[in-house]
Structure formats: C-alpha cells, structure tokens
Design a protein around this ligand. Sequence first.
Ligand code: HEC
Length: 134
Amino acid sequence: MHRLSLLIVLGGLCLQALPGQTKSNVTLPQDKGPDKIDVSAYPAPMQANYKLFSAKCSKCHTIARPINTMMKEDEWSRYVKRMMHKPNSGISDNQGKEIFEFLIYDQTNRKDKNPKAFFPALSDEEIDKLKKGQ
Ligand code: HEC
C-alpha cells in the first residue's frame, strides 16, 4: 500500500512536469502588474492581434509579464522569436509577426507614454538570480 501511494504521487508529478517543461518557474516583478490592456481605442487589426497575443503569450507565464515589460523594437523582435522557438510554444511564424506588430503598437502608444509604470526587461542573469532566491 505504501509503495502504491508513492507510485501514484510520483506518477502525478511526472504528468505535471511533462507539458510544463518549458514553463517559466519563477515570478518576475512584471507578473504582479495588471493582466489586461484596454484596447478599445486601438485600430481593429490591433484588437485582433491583442486576442492572439493574450492566447499565445500566456501559455508558460502570466500574460501580465509581457503586458508590464518595456522593450525596444529590436528587443521585442528578438524576444518574440526566442519565445516562438521554445519547444511547444504553439506560435507560427505568421502569428509571431502579428504578435510582434501588436507589441510594438502597444509599446509606442501605451508604454512609451508612461514609462515609469512599467518594468525594464530583466537580463538572463537577473532572472537566474531570482530563480535561485526562490
Ligand atoms: C514555451 C513557453 C513560453 C511561451 C509560449 C512564451 N514565453 Fe515568455 N518566457 C518564457 C520563459 C521560460 C521565460 C524566462 C523566464 C524563466 O526562465 O522563467 C520567459 C520570459 C518572458 C519575458 C521576461 C523577459 C525579461 O527578460 O524580463 C517576457 C517579456 C516574455 N517572456 C514575453 C513573452 C511573449 C510576448 C510571448 C508570446 C509571443 C511569450 N513570452 C510566450 C516562456 C514562454
């Protein structure tokens, strides 16, 4: 009986770990910010891209993370590609392009106007430090 329950617990842990292999296992300051953008004044194509962004970029971490992170255009470009190429990201080239267009529109029209309200992107080293501290 004892051994059986151990097996069940181990099995459960494996099942949880499998789809989450690339999941972010750290909480960043950005994760605690607002998790929605009011896009009612955005052009219709950007409202559609926002939906795609919300669906695709919330798979491995909070959607608040990208919503509250400031990046320059070339950084977003690199970042979207990096996220796209993670195993099982579920983001096609075309979807990546639409999400990138949304991120740049939102960066220019919302974040750049009030930069103090958002967080600068953390470096890999800073993220590693947070992971070790948790
Ligand atoms: C396959 C899983 C996955 C998907 C899908 C994903 N991310 Fe990430 N994201 C991560 C991981 C892993 C990290 C790094 C932090 C960590 O190691 O926990 C991260 C970190 C980030 C950060 C923090 C960057 C920093 O340095 O401060 C931003 C911003 C971000 N992701 C945006 C996005 C956007 C935008 C999308 C949609 C295009 C997206 N993510 C989709 C896994 C993912």
